[in-house]
Design a protein around this ligand. Sequence first.
Ligand code: G2I
Length: 454
Amino acid sequence: MLNSRRARSGLLAMVATGAVLATSVALSGNADAATTLGASAAQSGRYFGAAIAAGKLGDATYTRILNTEFSAVTPENEMKWDATEPSQGRFTYTNGDRILQQGQSMGAKVRGHALLWHQQQPSWAQSLSGSALRSAAINHVTQVATHYKGKIYAWDVVNEAFADGGSGGRRDSNLQRTGNDWIEAAFRAARAADPAAKLCYNDYNTDGVNAKSTGVYNMVRDFKSRGVPIDCVGFQSHLGTSIPGDYQANLQRFADLGVDVQITELDVAQGGNQANIYASVTKACLAVSRCTGITVWGIRDSDSWRTGENPLLFDNSGNKKAAYTSVLNALNAGGTTTPTTPPTTPPGTPPSSTPPPSGAGCTAAVSLNSWDGGYVATVRVTAGSSALSGWTVSVTLPSGGAITGAWSATNSGTSGTVGFRNVDYNGNVAAGASTEFGFQGTGGGPGTATCQAS
Ligand code: G2I
């Protein structure tokens, strides 16, 4: 269970393994460099936000930093279920509205957090189950999203619904026990209530490619294929003393599904690598065109939920830390520009072969998103004139290249010629229909792929 801060921090430290991606780059003599986080992020069309607390808005140091540095705000607790509906059907928006007004007064984006979550439920909801809980939850989504209609940039519609560990499945909760479709029901209700807000799924320990993030990935892909309204995925990024080596690749594979990605609750344990890890996260977001912004989970170390870990960009007195400078420098070094309207087709190189095949069997088309030293590949498998009951795709990597992870397929080998076999849920493909899997790797990616029915 993750109810205690200590348990959570220990888990984060265990899960956050891998290499630091890059070190910070010092800028010198750049007369055009912007001097605040918000302005620097705006140069590439992104926001830089902070989670804020209504109870701290009377603190002069706090609000000075907030007003100067940030271009987005997230209520740390004020829009959660226990805060907005303390007894069933009685809604209280006083503190949530204070956060909204603070954001509006700054001309900032406001991220809504969070409509449904297994934690911070009011006690009356904790004691409900079944259809009574389902209707109460959907009513909650509808009421709160309606109250804030037109004012929220993005809502965390559902928070932390996936289990930790290797299952890749949902977390048990009272909401989950109302039926597996509770998440899509929440997204549909949120869209109906506030069509202008981007609707996000938000979670932690999904910051690299792992079983949990792949579970979320498969849900998002399923939602996109069935028209369930989802626009973005939030990666909380509560990091320990390292960052997953495939952090950027993980953001990219979600972006390739046609959703925005956002870093939603960034904080990093203070240690030798803090400034470098902050820079790596910033650079990863800047390298992914659909990464629209970064939010840190608090302003000063003393404002953090991670007591004693000093995980933020400003010290207890409000002074800028080395981590602040490394983020600012990374933002000023630039990145790809975020599109203001989502592209109609996912970014990437065009498929290397054109399905469907004329006869039986199958074809595989590779789409690569590459950067210096690595790539994410999406492979579309298309059945020919006969249905498939299983398939194998083979690619040949350039020398020195290696596969570091795959999703929706199982690979044999990691270098040279690598085979990918379907997993149990995507082996059956109707005649002329398609399915997708993906992988990421270091070095150069494959140009073509061949498919065999099995
Ligand atoms: O746990 C860290 C974050 C993980 N992702 C979702 C976020 O919503 C979550 O934020 C934290 C807040 O930073 C804490 O401030 O969520 C905690 C609740 O799970 C918040 O802590 C709560 C305390 O548990 C309550 O005792 C306290 O009344 O903050 C409340 C308001 O200060």
